[in-house]
Every structure is written in C-alpha cells, then in structure tokens.
Design a protein around this ligand. Structure first.
Ligand SMILES: Nc1ncnc2c1ncn2[C@@H]1O[C@H](COP(=O)(O)OP(=O)(O)OP(=O)(O)O)[C@@H](O)[C@H]1O
Ligand SMILES: [Mg+2]
Length: 278
C-alpha cells in the first residue's frame, strides 16, 4: 500500500507575469490531511497546480520527499471539481487506463479496476459510461482512478464542490475511509468551513490574493464521528468564519424591536458555557 509523502513549500512564490498569486511556507507531514481554505480567487488552485508541477514557481521551491515537484515519480495526483474522466470509456476502462499507466499487466487490470470500483461503492457500475452516472458517482470513479495510480500525495481542488449536500457528505466519509486505508498525504482545497473542519488535521486559512497563510488551525482529535455536533466544532467554525470576515462581530439589532446591549449579550452568551468537553 502506498504511504504518504512529506510535502514542503519553502518560500514558494507564484505569479502570473507581474501579478503575484501566492506566497507560501508550509510543511505537510506524511499522511496528514491539510485543508487550504480561502476566498474565491485568492490563489488556492494556483498553489495546487504548482504542486502538481503544472506551474513553475517565480521563487522558492516546492518538494515532495525532498525532490522538486514536477520531477517524475513524486507521485502527486490531482483531483478536480469537474471530473476529468474520458467520456467514451466505461468506468472500468477509465480506471484500467490508470492501471496501465502504472504498469499493471493487462490481464490483471480488469479485476483490479473492479476491486477499486467496489471500494468506492460502485459495484455493478463498471460497464457504465460517465454520461450514464450521476455527479457523485463520477466523483467516485475519479477517486478509484486516482487510487489506481497509488498516489503518495493527493491534491484535491474542491472535488465535492458541485455535489448536493447529502452526496457531498457521503463523499467526505468515503474519502476519510479511503485515506484511513492508504494514508496518502492530502492537500484539499475548499471554500466550505464545515468540510474543512470535518476532514482536516490542520486548516490553513489563506488571505485574499495573493494567497498568504493568515492562520493555521490545528484540529485536535480530527475526523471523530459526530464531531460536527459538538460545541467545540461550532466554536471553531465561528472563529474561522469571523477571521474570514464572513460573520458579523456582535451585530446591532436586526429588527427595530430591541436595542443594542441586550442583543450583544444574547450573542456572546453561549460561549460562556462550561468548557472542558475534551
Ligand atoms: N492562467 C492565469 N493567468 C493569469 N491570471 C490567473 C491565471 N490563473 C489564475 N489567475 C489569477 O490568479 C488568482 C488566483 O486564481 P486561483 O484560480 O488560484 O484562485 P482560487 O483561490 O482557486 O479561486 P476559486 O476559489 O474561485 O477557485 C486569480 O486572481 C486569478 O484571476
Ligand atoms: Mg480554484
């Protein structure tokens, strides 16, 4: 089974011509899930593309287990929001193609593709074309195809962004269960604070363009089932939204019914509750 690689961004600067796009120092441990969270257009996809070796840094370096990204064999696989399946190949043949690239002998590919598809919950759909599958199912095929390459690092760019809430939640759980098995290093980009808190060991908050690290939030005891129903989760969520400027600080009364001070107390009240839940 593959084992995650260490990813290091060392004074990494990315730019489009004279326009700076990102400036990041970050180290990701083998098998860690780091979520990059930041406003639209800040440079998240640009950072992932640089890690995939698709964009050359203006300065600094990015490496995987000490080797510069883009070098062959660093084992980085990119997963996009819009799946990149070949529409004329069945689910199985899409996965088999990745196995072929990995050098798996022809005679073993069909069976291994079937196993991978079963692992992502697509037993019985091996013969379907992408057009005959739902968005969530296509993302499952994409995950199977990515796993077929035995990646050491998965670079995921809002992979579940286009899915409805329930499918998205199923895919998050699937990703966690697959990660538990493979322990791949994952860099995951999202806009969604809940998704970040559910998946990450560490959430890295980025500034508006050019992306710099504004703050890092460590998640103690990450990916615990039911964590989203705990007060600690809500507190962290509020804190992150507030530092992104997406929730108002104590808001003046929304209606004209009551005046300021009482509402302010009501807003700050819940955080005074008993602590020590961990
Ligand atoms: N090929 C390019 N040429 C010039 N500018 C670009 C190019 N690609 C991206 N940019 C600019 O770089 C900035 C960062 O883009 P990027 O796609 O990384 O943002 P993002 O954080 O992924 O946004 P979103 O959340 O909307 O996906 C944006 O201002 C964008 O306009
Ligand atoms: Mg993007």
């Amino acid at each position: 089974m593959s084992v995650g690689a260490r990813v290091r961004l060392d004074g990494l600067k990315l730019a489009f011509g004279a326009m700076p796009a990102a400036e990041v120092d970050l180290e990701v441990s083998p098998g860690e899930i780091v979520v990059l969270l930041g406003p639209s257009g800040c440079g998240k996809s640009t950072i992932l593309r640089a890690l995939a070796g698709l964009l050359r840094p203006a300065a600094g370096r990015a490496d995987v287990d000490g080797r510069p990204v883009g070098a062959s064999g660093t084992g980085c696989a990119m997963v996009f929001q819009e799946d990149a399946l070949l529409p004329w190949r069945t689910a199985s043949r899409n996965v088999e193609y990745a196995l072929k690239l990995r050098g798996v002998p022809r005679g073993e590919r069909r069976k291994e593709a079937g196993d991978l598809l079963a692992q992502v919950g697509l037993e019985g759909f091996a013969g379907h074309l992408p057009g005959q599958l739902s968005g969530g199912m296509r993302q499952r095929v994409q995950l199977a195809r990515t796993l077929a390459t035995r990646p050491r690092v998965m670079l995921m760019d809002e992979p579940f962004g286009a899915l409805d809430a329930q499918t998205r939640s199923e895919m998050q759980q699937l990703l966690v269960s697959v990660w538990r098995q493979y322990r791949t290093t994952i860099l995951f980009v999202t806009h969604d604070v809940d998704e970040a808190l559910l998946l990450a060991d560490r959430v890295v908050l980025l500034t508006p363009r050019p992306a710099r690290i504004a703050r890092t939030v460590e998640i103690p005891n990450p990916r615990r089932p039911g964590a989203q129903f705990e007060p600690e989760f809500a507190r962290r969520r509020y804190e992150i939204l507030a530092s992104m400027g997406e929730v108002p600080q104590a808001e003046p009364a929304a209606s004209s019914a009551a005046n300021g001070p009482a509402d302010t107390r009501a807003l700050t009240g819940p955080s005074q509750g008993p602590s020590g839940t961990e």
